[in-house]
Design a protein around this ligand. Structure first.
Ligand SMILES: [Zn+2]
Length: 647
């Protein structure tokens, strides 16, 4: 069996994430992102590669969006409303709530402010959202006959999830962006030991080996503090949701800690958005974070005040969070025009601004120069200009830890620069001995998967096994150990094959369930195993360089030789007699080549090994369920006697 992966975006680049997986006859698109750095058709993934005739609903079974960043969801309205994909789109609840806000903010920048041709309309966004089906973390969502997905916590931003996809016996994990170290209000990413055929992981910070987010946060706070301490004003242009609230929390806590009273303002509309964000976040974050926020009530934003236009020229320091994020109009641009001319002040931009916006001109080195802020105004920028991106990504150590947790058979690297990927690919390949792919955009990678046979396990056996797992977990918790990734539980039972319609089925049931499963009243279940025996020494001596034919001839001789068989049985009898058999006697039937203790029987047999052209002697052991313990003792004793070093 094979899995094919077509990389439409994020292949050896950061931006427009879009990875199409062909698995078990299904096609699933992971992320549907936009490239923020391009203005031409490279902005979107080349969807034509998925369907020649443009029937995307037929070509794609499901679209999964990992989080609300535009490089992961920005092409969604285009794909569903312009290209016409009408199938299901999956995302988490917070992502579903924030994606339309992000898309609308972005659409406005392009259309309202820059007069670009619409890529998608406001209507397209809302229609696209109607196709979304929300998923909970760890909820297994079935899609059709034999496909299921499950979301795992990814950290990174509110609502971000990694996705596990299983079709039949094949599976893929796609991480999206994730963060392996917990931060201020989001926990660390976590995934079960899923052993998927393929893990597709981001590599944005693939070569840095420290958590630089904390350092960036400290930097941000220090610069803001210094500016207001010198009597300056700080303007922070933001989009309404996401980063804005992150920075608010950060400042609020810092102000509290440092006992500062410089006013912090929010521009109109941000308070209601903050409330929405708060509600989503509380239901999303871990218990620990929830509790600490309830105590601190940092989300009350009690310190934050509503901005009023009349405040713009009020003397003295202050901080203003204002929309929109790229200084392309509205309150943020209005205030920027007034504050930018003083070197006391500072403006802090997000890491990325669309070309043509004032934000972009500033990032391109507008500081100290005159720039056009609108058609009529040229402005000499004297204030300090800083930019920062707070998105938390996994560093190299974090990526290695995720690979270890997940235990995939193949790894694919996306969403990173080529040089970083090469470094990481070598490291992963060497450490985990798996094949690592890092395909460029527009290419397809094919990998072989194992042909496993699915077995239906009876409810009773499964719940027994799960009980064992939860007991082990409870023990670990009691010892204060970290929770282990989902452990595998050994299940033993009786395998039943049936040749029904649809290729038949394989079931595993407990001994007591066999009768009911087969529809018979009385069933005797016998367990069995084989113990291979080393060749007996013949009087002539066994030469190692004998030809296979000579070997067989000699073994055949040995077979005819009763004393040889008898010797084996004698040895078996003696070794068993030395054990504690609970008072049961050992008996030997030379005629049948059988040693018996209770229901335990060891039958001496010859076994042809076709590959080696050899005949081996073996003891075929069998016993009834009730004698499980006795059988265990006997088998140990026989192994000890005949192959002391063997398994
Ligand atoms: Zn992201």
């Amino acid at each position: 069996m094979k899995i094919r992966v077509l990389t439409l975006g994020a292949g050896q680049e950061v931006g427009r994430s879009c990875v199409v997986v062909y698995i078990g006859g299904k096609t699933v698109m992971f992320d549907c992102g936009m490239h923020m750095g391009y203005q031409d058709e490279r902005r979107f993934p080349d969807f034509r590669m998925v369907s020649r005739n443009g029937n995307y609903t037929q070509a794609v079974d499901a679209v999964i969006v990992t989080h609300f960043h535009l490089d992961h969801c920005g092409a969604l309205p285009y794909f569903t409303e312009v290209c016409g994909y009408d199938g299901p789109v999956f995302m988490t609840y917070p992502t579903r709530a924030i994606v339309p806000v992000m898309l609308e903010d972005f659409r406005k920048v392009l259309v309202d402010r820059r007069g670009e041709v619409e890529l998608f309309s406001n209507r397209h966004i809302s229609d696209s959202m109607k196709k979304v089906r929300c998923v909970n973390l760890h909820e297994t969502v079935r899609i059709g006959e034999d496909m299921e997905i499950r979301a795992y916590y990814a950290g990174h931003v509110l609502g971000a999830a990694m996705f596990y996809l299983r079709v039949g016996t094949e599976s893929v994990v796609y991480t999206g962006d994730y963060n392996m170290t917990p931060d201020r209000h989001l926990g660390a990413a976590y995934i079960d030991r899923l052993r998927p055929d393929l893990l597709v992981t981001e590599t944005t910070y693939g070569t840095s080996i420290r958590d630089s987010k904390r350092a960036r946060e400290r930097d941000f706070l220090t610069q803001v503090h210094e500016t207001v301490a010198n009597g300056g004003k700080v303007l922070i242009p933001v989009f309404a949701l996401g980063r804005a609230q992150e920075l608010c929390i950060l400042l609020d806590e810092y102000w509290e800690r440092m006992n500062l009273d410089v006013p912090i303002y929010l521009s109109a509309g941000m308070t209601s958005k903050a409330n929405l964000y708060y509600k989503l976040l509380v239901s999303w974050t871990s218990e620990k974070v929830k509790t600490s926020y309830a105590e601190r009530n940092a989300f009350g934003f009690g310190r934050m005040q509503q901005w009023d236009r009349s405040l713009v020229d009020r003397p003295g320091p202050c901080i203003l969070f204002a929309t929109p994020g790229m200084l392309h109009g509205g309150t943020s641009l209005e205030v920027f025009k007034r504050w930018a001319t003083s070197e006391l002040n500072m403006v802090i931009l997000p890491g990325y601004c669309v070309a043509g916006t004032v934000g972009n001109k500033l990032l391109a080195g507008g500081n100290g120069k005159a720039i056009d802020v609108d058609k009529r105004t040229k402005l000499s920028v004297a204030c300090k200009v800083r930019y920062l991106s707070f998105s938390a990504h996994a560093d190299a150590k974090g990526i290695m830890r995720l690979v270890q947790q997940c235990a995939p058979r193949h790894v694919m690297l996306v969403h990173g620069e080529r040089s970083r990927m090469e470094f990481l690919a070598g490291k992963i390949g060497k450490t985990f001995r798996v094949r690592v792919f890092m395909p460029p955009n527009g290419t397809t990678v094919t990998m072989r998967t194992s042909a496993a046979v699915p077995v239906r396990v009876s409810r009773r056996l499964a719940s027994e096994a799960l009980k064992g797992v939860s007991e082990r977990r409870a023990q670990r918790r009691a010892m204060g150990a970290t929770p282990e990734p989902t452990s595998r539980a050994a299940v033993s039972g009786v395998l039943l094959f049936s040749s029904g319609s649809g290729g038949g089925a394989v079931r595993l049931v407990g001994d007591s369930e066999v009768g009911a499963a087969l529809g018979v009243r009385e069933v005797r279940v016998t367990h069995g195993t084989e113990i291979g025996l080393p060749r007996l020494a013949s009087p002539e001596g066994a030469a190692e360089d004998d030809s296979p034919a000579q070997k067989r001839a000699r073994t055949d001789d040995a077979e005819c030789n009763d004393s040889s068989d008898a010797a084996v049985l004698k040895k078996a009898e003696q070794s068993l007699a030395r054990c504690n058999l609970g008072g049961q006697a050992v008996s030997v039937d030379l005629e049948r080549g059988l040693v018996t203790v209770g229901s335990f029987e060891a039958l001496l047999q010859t076994k042809e090994v076709i590959q080696d052209e050899e005949t081996h002697l073996q003891l075929s052991c069998s016993w009834l369920q009730d004698d499980e313990e006795l059988a265990h003792v006997c088998i140990e004793a026989l192994r000890e006697a005949f192959c002391p070093l063997g398994p």
